[in-house]
Design a protein around this ligand. Structure first.
Ligand SMILES: Nc1nc2c(ncn2[C@@H]2O[C@H](COP(=O)(O)OP(=O)(O)OP(=O)(O)O)[C@@H](O)[C@H]2O)c(=O)[nH]1
Ligand SMILES: [Mg+2]
Length: 363
């Protein structure tokens, strides 16, 4: 199961955002506690295509795609030196497949900012620097072990050069996700679970008084995100957490007032799913409509294997139609077939997001 770790400075609203996403009721507390055990929850990935397929087939069972969110303890300045919850926290970050980085915008006199004032760009940089320092420490550790050996094997020499390249990059205060690596190089470093390699989504945690698009602090953080090639999402943390308790009509009213069309919850989960490089394909029928998760680039045999190993083993063909074609032709497979839009694909077919798939197999 793929995991999104929620990171950020202490008291930035991580648990609040976690609750918005999961509606799980995690403890939201106005102080930086010493708790390091993260809250975890599986959430359904909102997908209008899935909802429409379920409404059309009216199956006995519906199974949406899911992704796991992990609410981590606050990452303090100097965490990489073991301060705050330090290393324990960083090991949870290393376990995550993607990071949701919560940056505090809200003002709340009852919740003192750990740095003494509100400054989103500074806050983002503090956390980023801790992640960079963590990866540097991992590299230094490994390099000193390699250089301590009497003689390095050829593979170890290659590794040393590669790690030195990573090190130089990090020393320029740049995350490793910006360093182009060949697939072989990537394989070589994957065991280090570098935290600056993880895809990251920035969440601006705003107050309901901060709806203006031209908020200077927001513009500054947006510029930073653009420069770093990261997506930024605005979420009204506290407010959306409370909102989740209201009936849907009232939620819509509120959202209109905030100038958003889709709840922060749906946008955030959807973004996280994309960030993880995930796509969904669907199996449909009267028994069950189910969304299955694949990584972008996986093929028809991977799709078969996701359903059952027997299907991958005995794979003959995949019958495929895109969600768009299917719905454009009145949800009729017969019409799709007539128009040649119902395809029979072989093993190497790259599954597209939103494909409706039926595996033909023989075991
Ligand atoms: N006014 C306002 N207060 C917020 C907002 N988000 C969080 N808070 C408050 O800030 C405090 C801390 O929120 P949490 O969500 O627990 O923050 P956290 O980042 O998980 O904190 P730690 O886990 O202790 O690092 C709580 O009292 C929240 O009610 C917000 O958008 N607006
Ligand atoms: Mg928390």
């Amino acid at each position: 199961m793929l995991k999104c770790g929620i990171i950020g400075l202490p008291l930035s609203g991580k648990s609040t955002i976690f609750n918005v996403v999961t509606r799980a009721g995690a403890e939201v507390k106005p102080y930086a506690g010493g708790k390091t055990d993260p809250n975890r929850a599986m959430v359904n990935v909102p997908d209008f295509r899935f909802d429409r397929l379920a409404a059309f087939f009216e199956p006995r069972k519906v199974t949406p795609a899911t992704v796991e969110f992990v609410d981590l303890a606050g990452l303090s300045r100097n965490a990489s030196k073991g301060e705050g919850v330090g290393n324990a926290f960083l090991s949870f970050v290393a376990e995550s497949d993607a990071l949701v980085h919560v940056v505090r915008f809200f003002d709340n006199p009852e919740v003192p900012h750990p740095e003494g004032s509100n400054d989103p760009v500074r806050d983002w940089n503090i956390v980023e620097m801790e992640l960079i320092l963590r990866d540097l420490a991992v590299i230094e550790n490994r390099l000193s072990r390699l250089s301590g050996k009497k003689k390095n094997l050829p593979a170890e020499q290659v590794e040393t050069e590669l790690l030195e390249r990573c090190q130089a990059h990090l020393l320029e205060e740049r995350p490793l996700r910006d360093l182009p690596l060949t697939p072989e190089e990537q394989k070589m470093v994957s065991g280090f679970t570098f935290v600056t390699q993880k895809p990251e989504l920035i969440v601006a945690n705003l107050d309901e008084s901060q709806t203006a698009e031209d908020l200077p602090a927001l513009i500054a953080l947006k510029d930073l995100a653009a420069e770093k090639g990261l997506s930024l999402l605005k979420v009204f943390g506290s407010m959306e957490m409370e909102l989740a308790e209201f009936p849907p009509e009232e939620q819509e009213e509120f959202m209109k007032d905030l100038g958003v069309t889709e709840p922060g919850r749906d946008r955030l989960i959807g973004e996280a799913y994309r960030l993880l490089g995930l796509i969904s394909f669907f199996t449909t029928g009267k028994d069950e409509v189910k969304a299955w998760t694949l990584r972008k680039g996986q093929n028809a045999v991977d799709a078969a294997g996701a359903i059952h190993s027997d299907l991958a083993r005995g794979f003959i063909r995949a019958q495929v139609v895109s969600y768009e074609d299917f719905t454009a032709l009145d949800n009729s497979l017969a019409k799709c077939r007539e128009k040649g839009l119902l395809r029979l694909e072989g093993k190497e077919y790259r599954v597209a997001d939103g494909d409706l798939i039926e595996i033909r197999f023989n075991v």
